[in-house]
Design a protein around this ligand. Structure first.
Ligand code: FAD
Ligand code: SIN
Length: 468
């Protein structure tokens, strides 16, 4: 039998989950935070360049919105961008109040018309923010945490989400927030921790939730060749250049990520030249590069793109509500439409703070689940086996749904037994145009007929929706 339900079950202990847990506990709710691995396993812990937000004297939310929409290529949901950019500065200032030691100077990253990225030691922002939020969660009465507990499926009854099924038994809650991050580790070359293979998409879709925008995987251009180590875009904001094998520049280093990534793939072998930047601004990252065997003071560093951020996910409204009663999603697991077809750099941690909080507040308004336990004990179903991703699967996803996509490869990937890999390919096949991070070698231009979000509900056909 399930233990007594808590008010809010948060699956995931990254920036979105921790923010949601704290916001709910502040209002007196009982919260359980569940995580598949341990604290360092979240993408949030590894985030580098920082958190976007119009906090500079020369900046406004409206300017931030313009940059976000320009990066998103006619596909950002305007209402979501308004929420993100208008509520963002307050969330960043809250972190300052909590004690995050942001650097005095704002970072500049690709696609931003202003310096507006708040960072810690240049590239240690994710660690600083997530570990501080994690310490607060650990100290907050009303929040319990359970690590190494895999959410294998949603616990559904009568079309409503009652919680999740885990290998150790069911967990019941009045409301459940999926803050389980993205799917980028399903690609062999990725910046994400290995476990980030899209479990939120898999379990929500299996339970009947709509998913959207899964063709849009953002590839980060500058990842140390042969490793998962990201070399933050803030380095390019500070003047680092990309060089080809003749030692020549070939692209505007601060163009949107998709353009830079494609230019790099076309070149083949590429190096990031850090010799002229102030390396003292990025002490931890420079040490990691040295530990990997390179000397950034004397030699350009070999880099190539890697899968980085999942723009699509579980469809939600602006308060994280999915179309399953009792189920919410926030952070990288959610598809709010805020990023359109290409996420502006450093808008993701901001998304976690803004939409994680909103989802928690909305979840607390959820009516008590109509648990029949007093009159008729609920018998939860047995959980399915854990989802895993073999190296072969990751290699196939990289090969068949990479930076440049061939429809024949996508057609092959559709047949993958892995639900998320197959969904990615279905979405990417349907979008027979190139837009933002999704590039089709057979249709290299954007087509106005595709100005919308592909949405899929279990058992139905893909539909193109217009989100306002
Ligand atoms: P995550 O932080 O990924 O957390 C997911 C949580 O869900 C984890 O605790 C995980 O264990 C748990 N989980 C997953 N599956 C299960 C399951 N089945 N059962 C139980 N628990 C589960 N964005 C920026 O805005 N600025 C940056 O500077 C930046 N730099 C980045 C650098 C790197 C190297 C990476 C990888 C990403 C970066 N991003 C950056 C993107 C950003 O960090 C992420 O999009 C964001 O942190 C996602 O937060 P989240 O809370 O949604 O998910
Ligand atoms: C980076 O620091 O380059 C990553 C920023 C992001 O993914 O938003």
């Amino acid at each position: 039998m399930a233990e007594a339900p808590c008010d809010l079950l948060v699956v995931g202990a990254g920036a979105a989950g921790l923010t949601a847990a704290l916001a709910a506990a502040e209002r007196g709710a009982s919260v359980l935070v569940l995580t598949k691995g341990h604290a360092p396993d979240s993408s949030s812990m590894h985030a580098q360049g920082g958190i976007a937000g119009a906090v500079g004297d020369d900046d406004t939310a409206a300017l931030h919105a313009v940059d976000t929409e320009r990066a998103g290529r006619e596909l950002c949901r305007p209402s979501a961008v308004k929420v993100l950019t208008e509520e963002g500065p307050a969330r960043v200032r809250e972190l300052i109040t909590l004690g995050v030691p942001f650097d005095p100077e704002l970072n500049l990253e690709g696609g931003h018309s202003r310096r507006r990225v708040s960072s810690v030691e240049g590239a240690a922002t994710g660690w600083a923010v997530t570990s501080l939020l994690g310490r607060r969660v650990a100290r907050t009465p009303g929040i319990a945490t359970r690590e190494a507990t895999n959410a294998l499926a949603l616990w559904m009854d009568g079309g409503r989400c009652l919680g999740v099924l885990t290998p150790d038994g069911p967990i019941a809650a009045r409301a459940t927030i999926l803050a389980m991050g993205g799917a980028a580790a399903l690609w062999a070359r990725s910046t994400n921790p290995e476990g980030q293979i899209g479990d939120a998409i898999a379990i929500a879709f299996a339970a009947g939730a709509a998913v959207a925008d899964l063709e849009f995987m953002q590839f980060h251009p500058t990842v140390l060749a042969g490793s998962r180590l990201l070399l933050t875009e803030a380095l390019r904001g500070d003047g680092a250049t990309l060089l080809d094998d003749k030692g020549e520049r070939f692209v505007d280093e601060l163009a949107p990520r998709d353009e830079v990534a494609r230019a790099m793939v076309r070149k083949g072998r590429v190096w990031l030249d850090l010799r002229h930047i102030d390396r003292g601004r990025f002490p931890g990252l420079m040490a990691e590069i040295e530990m990997a065997g390179f000397d950034p003071a004397t030699q350009p560093i070999p880099v190539s793109p890697a899968a980085h951020y999942t723009i699509g996910g579980v469809v939600t409204d602006l308060v994280g509500r999915t179309d399953i009663p009792g189920l919410f999603a926030a952070g990288e697991s959610a598809a709010t439409g805020v990023h359109g077809a290409n996420r502006l750099a450093s808008n993701s941690l901001l998304e976690c703070l803004v939409f994680g909080r909103r989802a928690a507040l909305a979840a607390l308004d959820e009516p008590a689940a109509p648990l029949r336990s007093e009159t008729q004990p609920l018998e939860p179903p047995a959980p399915p086996p854990a989802r895993t991703a073999s190296q072969e699967l990751r290699a196939q996803v990289w090969r068949e749904a990479g930076v440049m996509r061939d429809p024949a490869d996508l057609a092959s990937l559709v047949r993958s037994p892995d639900a998320v890999a197959s969904l990615v390919a279905r979405f990417a096949l349907a979008r027979s145009e190139s837009r933002g991070v999704h590039y089709r070698i057979d249709a290299t231009a954007a087509d106005p007929a595709f100005e919308g979000h592909f949405v899929l509900r279990p058992g139905r056909e893909l539909t193109l929706e217009h989100w306002t």
